[in-house]
Design a protein around this ligand. Structure first.
Ligand code: NAI
Ligand code: MG
Length: 339
């Protein structure tokens, strides 16, 4: 039995969440889904976007599923998802860039994993106004660079990948990305020494070149590891190569916790109209199942979604179909249940 904290959030968050839970309830595994609040509606009701209770529940569960939240306009603090990642120590953000059949995309055969450092960098939120304007502090530590590099090699081994690429800008950001780069190569050498037969190649790119090659020659990449801001930008670029936000899942991982969420936001423009594509949330649930060590179940769920995409009968409008969120999820559930 797994205890899962479920945070539906705002807008289409609750819609794609309900669709996904409906599928997971058909699993051979047993889940205890415990609902918790966060986001804009929560703020309007309680005065906070992230109640302590939600953090406590997430800390004490086996994993957390997060839908999407609407940002509170003009709020001075960062949104609830940033605060939650911080509170749970989720330092690694995993963003698979994967093509799926039946989904219109720039490339139909990509399977790249972008690993973004999630705890520091330019998102340390240390900014201040100066006389001329403002400055932001880019914090890069050896500890965080070392542990994110390890995540990259471990994920590569788990997924049978044979190349890990570090992305930085150490020619300009000599000190900060110098630290990141040095930590990466130190970890790379350790992995070579541990078991050379696993044969993981390592290389590195400056972020500007990596951004270009991601478009012109993405097949040279398998696992990319990078700092916070670069990872944020490259992973959305990657999502654009394989079918957009409706298809992009993510995992936030720490030493004791994992939180799984679609990359997209609360999509107020389509909320309440039942057209949200549930695939990104379903694929986030796949990442959760992998994190829990339930690889067979994760595979079954992904295959069920792939079958629905291939058949093309129950697709949401963004995928060229005319089905609702729930109809598409029902179709996935049916195949999942029977497999
Ligand atoms: P968004 O991701 O919500 O929407 C961007 C566009 O993609 C919209 O046209 C939307 O209709 C479409 N879209 C997104 N998900 C879709 C899906 N599953 N199926 C079909 N179409 C989909 O980004 P936007 O509009 O910039 O932000 C809306 C709100 O969400 C804002 O308040 C923003 O701050 C918040 N947000 C929250 C995130 C989170 O909870 N992790 C992440 C990004 C934005
Ligand atoms: Mg982003």
């Amino acid at each position: 039995m797994y205890t899962i904290t479920v945070i539906p959030g705002d807008g289409i968050g609750p819609e794609v969440m309900e669709a996904t839970l409906n599928i997971l309830r058909a699993s051979d595994l047993e889940f205890d889904f415990q609902e918790a609040r966060a986001g804009y509606v929560c703020f309007q009701d309680t005065g906070t976007t992230l109640p302590d209770e939600t953090i406590e529940m997430a800390k004490n569960s086996d994993a957390t599923l997060f839908g999407a939240v609407t940002s509170v306009p003009d709020q001075k603090t960062a949104g609830s998802i940033l605060a939650l990642r911080k509170a749970l120590g989720l330092y690694a953000n995993l963003r698979p860039i994967k093509s799926y059949p039946g989904v219109e995309a720039v490339y139909n055969d990509l399977d790249i994993l972008i690993i973004r450092e999630n705890s520091e960098g330019l998102y340390s939120e240390i900014e201040e106004y100066t006389e001329e304007g403002a400055t932001a502090l880019r914090v890069i530590t050896r500890k965080a660079s070392d542990r994110i590099s390890r995540v990259a090699f471990e994920e590569a081994l788990k997924r049978g990948k044979t190349r890990v690429t570090a992305v930085h800008k150490a020619n300009v950001l000599r000190k900060t990305d110098g630290v990141f780069r040095e930590a990466f190569w130190k970890v790379a050498k350790e992995y070579k020494d541990i078991d050379a037969s696993k044969g993981i190649e390592t290389d590195e790119f400056y972020v500007d070149a990596a951004a270009m090659f991601l478009v012109t020659d993405p097949h040279r990449f398998q696992v990319l590891v990078t700092t916070n801001l670069f990872g944020d930008i490259l992973s959305d670029e990657g999502a654009g190569l394989v079918g957009g936000l409706g298809m992009a899942p993510s995992a936030n991982i720490g030493d004791n916790n994992g939180l799984f969420e679609p990359v997209h936001g609360s999509a107020p423009d389509i909320a309440g109209t039942s057209v949200a594509n549930p695939a990104a949330m379903i694929l986030s649930a796949c990442l959760m199942l992998q994190f829990l060590g339930e690889h067979q179940e994760a595979f079954k769920l992904e295959q069920a979604l792939i079958n629905v995409l291939k058949q093309g009968t129950f697709l949401t409008p963004d995928l060229g179909g005319a089905s609702t969120t729930m109809e598409m999820a029902q179709a996935v559930r049916k195949i999942f249940e029977e497999s």
